[in-house]
Design a protein around this ligand. Structure first.
Ligand SMILES: O=C(CO)[C@H](O)[C@H](O)COP(=O)(O)O
Length: 427
């Protein structure tokens, strides 16, 4: 049986949702889901509009029903939905009531396992109740911590009779692995709707689920995955993903077209003293970023010789809350170096300070192991314990911006597309 691709329109505006759905249909997606954000933003009109725009497609209303099952199924069914989503965490009475309404109005009921404490057991209970489709779903916030729904599909597929849908940050690889694990329907939102070419993104998912065996990407370890993601995104994307936090003040790239990613080795030094900065080169490992607090913009604790030594060690880059010198050599060496200023004079190797203590750099606290990302915009610090989550969230920020750029290129303005007036905080 052909795997069904369900496009999740997690968009706030109906007109943008219709446009994206038209582009995705050209990329051979099957079902069109009115996402929960769209239903909360535009109500049943969103379902009516998509129903009218796509008379030949299956329309799914992601109502995430938690109560008054019968009433909400009736609303969605009368608005034009063919399938209605209920929360598996809802009470059995709600789900049974929703199912009665679904049978009455000739629609199917899909139960969403998102945030269900015992998903395998609950899936079996949904199956016994008679729900038509069970959605094995890793919520957006859970995905950001690295969880994927594929493992759960393997656990559940052999235990239920209902059709299985899978959702949660699916891309070509995880959609293909979901199908191999037993999924009948793959639900894809961000990796299609936040693409700068929705039709092509849809076609990629189509090709991957139609030939799942072809999609066996090498599994990266967590540090490799984090580096890969951070290398693909900008420091503005990262700052946005951290609610505008993390950016270092007055720290500038000494080279153009520079990109730096790596866990921090920190150095606490004092004005005119460069002993610990140089010793840190020997303590750092390949891929580290050396982050130095020196506290003076007038005497350099770093220069060309230290930069060459760092290159030899495979260090990813240097950040100095202070001055650097030998700019010509540094540019010839090509290693990313960020600082507050550049000067001709240096200090002496006195030996005060320490390596790998908690420091302040550019007004940000930096502890050893925190991820340091630098590009032409500047430097951001991401706490080690949140690095994967922030990298994933920043990737979503980047995808959203690529889509917005595409729509602006088509002639819209940012405020029109985002409907800023409509979403201004009501006084
Ligand atoms: O229901 C949802 C979130 O609650 C999303 O529609 C679902 O997770 C699919 O979107 P994505 O592929 O972006 O995760």
């Amino acid at each position: 049986m052909k795997t069904i691709i369900q496009l999740a329109l997690d968009i706030l505006e109906i007109d943008r949702a219709v446009q994206i759905a038209k582009e995705a249909v050209k990329g051979d997606i099957d079902w069109i889901e009115i996402g929960t954000p769209l239903i909360k933003s535009e109500g049943m009109d969103a379902i009516r509009t998509l129903r009218k725009s796509f008379p030949g497609h299956t329309i799914v209303a992601d109502m995430k029903i938690a109560d008054t099952g019968s009433l909400e199924v009736e609303m969605a069914a009368k608005a034009g939905a063919d399938i209605v989503m209920v929360m598996a965490t809802a009470d059995d009475s709600t789900i049974k009531d929703a199912l009665l309404a679904a049978r009455k109005y000739g629609v199917r009921l899909m139960a969403d396992l998102i945030s269900t404490p015992k998903p395998v057991q609950r899936a079996q209970e949904m199956d016994r109740i008679g729900v038509d489709i069970i959605n094995i779903h890793m919520g957006i916030d859970q995905q950001m911590t690295g969880k994927t729904p594929v493992d759960l599909v393997l656990e559940i597929a052999s235990k239920i009779r209902a059709n299985i849908a899978v959702a949660g940050g699916l891309d070509e690889q995880t959609a293909a692995r979901s199908v191999e694990a037993g999924a009948d329907i793959v639900i894809v939102g961000g990796n299609i709707i936040r693409s700068d070419n929705v039709t092509e993104a849809s076609k990629k998912i189509r090709r991957s689920v139609d030939n799942p065996q072809l999609n066996q990407a090498k599994k990266l370890d967590m540090d490799e995955e984090i580096r890969k993601l951070f290398m693909e995104i900008s420091t503005p994307n990262i700052s946005d993903a951290m609610h505008r936090q993390g950016a270092m003040k007055n720290i500038k790239p000494m080279l153009n077209d520079t990109k730096m990613v790596g866990p921090a080795v920190t150095v606490q030094t004092f004005e005119g003293d460069w002993a610990k900065t140089v010793e840190a080169i020997d303590e750092a490992k390949e891929g580290n970023v050396i982050v130095i607090y020196n506290g003076s913009s007038h005497i350099a604790p770093w220069g060309g010789l230290a930069t060459q030594s760092s290159l030899n060690r495979g260090i990813a880059g240097i950040v100095v809350d202070g001055a650097v010198r030998d700019i010509e050599e540094i540019r010839k060496i090509g290693l990313p170096v960020f600082a507050t200023s550049n000067v001709p004079n240096a200090g002496d190797p006195k030996g005060f300070g320490e390596v790998n203590a908690l420091i302040n750099c550019g007004g940000q606290k930096v502890k050893p192991g925190d991820y340091i990302i630098g590009d032409d915009n500047g430097v951001v610090v991401v706490p080690a314990e949140r690095a994967y989550e922030i990298a994933r969230r920043a990737k979503e920020v980047q995808k959203t911006e690529e889509r917005l750029f595409d729509e602006i290129r088509r002639g819209g303005t940012l405020s029109e597309i985002l409907k800023l007036k409509k979403w201004e905080k009501q006084k």
